[in-house]
Design a protein around this ligand. Structure first.
Ligand SMILES: Cc1cc2nc3c(=O)[nH]c(=O)nc-3n(C[C@H](O)[C@H](O)[C@H](O)COP(=O)(O)OP(=O)(O)OC[C@H]3O[C@@H](n4cnc5c(N)ncnc54)[C@H](O)[C@@H]3O)c2cc1C
Length: 378
């Protein structure tokens, strides 16, 4: 069996590992020119589903490295006002593991070699009479497989063709995502699992990324063939909503200037946090979610996972976890096919039925939690 995956994001790469473990021939086609062409080093809170999926799919030799380059996330989630006065506790959260998306993606590329092809945007597909599927690339080339998995994120070209009626909603206003190197002063802003600042007209979400071990050193010791970036601890922050700021791509200096004007009168630690942000890892952020779709009928040779089907706001901390859960579930279903224990169309349909159920439940939960972070929307 040969599986084509569109998109080398967290979900697509996790799936590729799971399939390789089962001896399935898998190829991943990624739109970007290389793993570093767009720096996306924001923190992701991994929950039990995400961690279990990663450990189920990654080869065992990488498990210790995964643990070494993730970070602790435990304790109180608290809400404070813009002068850092305590407002209320949002409860304890003890089970989280913090991971950096960029480090995680580099780790997920380990061992996949030329099975991942960069600079290959999938622009569409053709289902062929012999039951196979042909994926078409932006450069005019194509590849044929038994199944095409659209793991190509929120703007998925595969979803647009498979489910042209599926709707992705953009929330009004946008957010600004930033990252600032961790110092003792900034660390004090997040004594526990996370802090939400409810200020006049905007909220700020703060979370720490403290690697248990520096990623590059940990890789050199635990898996010398894996190259991880030389990245330090940081504080991740998101300001939302920022309806007054112009949307669209702009130089960071302009975005930061507007943001500092918006935070006028806020506690100096919060203002300086924005001032000291790392330019490469800070940018405006559009928040989107997918409207639920019913199952589209079985026996097609094309399916979807992750943000490509059920994108959700980051308020629930579930987008990546659900994409990884999809990857592990689909890998398990396809492993049964590879072993001759199931038929491909039925196995894919079973995956889709379950994925749609928990995936859109996660979208709904994330939407429900949005007001916790954006009091201006109440
Ligand atoms: C600020 C922020 C914080 C977040 N925090 C959390 C969190 O704490 N916990 C959590 O679970 N989730 C979190 N998320 C959500 C999480 O990042 C996403 O849900 C997750 O990355 C989705 O994974 P994916 O593999 O489906 O898609 P992606 O990671 O988006 O990967 C899609 C890949 O497909 C590629 N691609 C796109 N189009 C094509 C094409 N036509 N052909 C080929 N390749 C293509 C893209 O370049 C990309 O590499 C957060 C998101 C943001 C923005």
């Amino acid at each position: 069996m040969k599986v084509l995956v569109a998109g080398a994001g967290l979900g697509g790469l996790c799936l590729a590992h799971g399939l390789l473990r089962a001896g399935v021939d898998v190829r991943v086609h990624e739109r970007e020119d290389g793993p570093d062409s767009r720096y996306q080093g924001f923190r992701i809170a991994l929950n039990g589903h995400g961690l279990a999926a990663l450990n189920a799919c990654l080869p065992e030799r990488l498990h210790a490295l995964l643990a070494a380059v993730s970070g602790p996330m435990a304790g109180e989630r608290r809400a404070v006002d813009h002068l850092l006065g305590e407002v209320r506790s949002l409860g304890r959260a003890d089970e989280g593991t913090a991971a950096d998306r960029y480090v995680l993606r580099r780790l997920l590329l380990a061992g996949l070699g030329d099975r991942v092809e960069f600079g290959k945007p999938v622009v569409g597909y053709t289902e062929r009479a012999d039951g196979t599927v042909e994926a078409h690339f932006g450069d005019g080339g194509s590849a044929v497989g038994d199944l095409l998995v659209g793991a190509d994120g929120v703007g998925s070209a595969v979803r647009r063709q498979l489910l042209p009626g599926a709707e992705v909603v953009t929330l009004p206003g946008h957010a600004v995502l930033g990252r600032t190197p961790l110092t003792e002063r900034f660390a004090a802003l997040v004594p526990g699992f996370g802090t939400v600042v409810h200020g006049p007209g905007a909220s700020m979400l703060l979370g720490r990324m403290e690697f248990r071990r520096p990623p590059r050193l940990a890789a050199a010791e635990l898996a010398p063939d894996v190259r991880l970036p030389d990245t330090g601890d940081y504080l991740r922050w998101v300001v939302m909503p920022t309806d007054d700021l112009p949307a669209g791509p702009r130089p960071w200096a302009a975005v930061r200037g507007d943001l500092l004007a918006l935070l006028d009168g806020w506690h100096p630690d919060l203002v300086d946090l924005v001032r000291a942000a790392d330019v490469v890892n800070s940018s405006p952020l559009t928040v989107r979610y997918a409207e639920p779709v019913p199952h589209w009928g079985g026996s097609r040779r094309v399916t979807l996972l992750g943000d490509a089907i059920h994108v959700m706001p980051p308020s629930g901390g579930q987008g990546a976890n659900t994409a990884l859960r999809d990857a592990a579930l689909l890998a398990r279903s396809l492993t049964a096919v590879q072993r001759g224990e199931a038929e491909l169309p039925a196995a894919v349909e079973r995956y889709e039925q379950r994925m749609l159920e928990y995936g859109f439940a996660a979208v709904a939960e994330s939407l429900e939690r949005l007001p916790d972070f954006t009091p201006a929307r109440r």
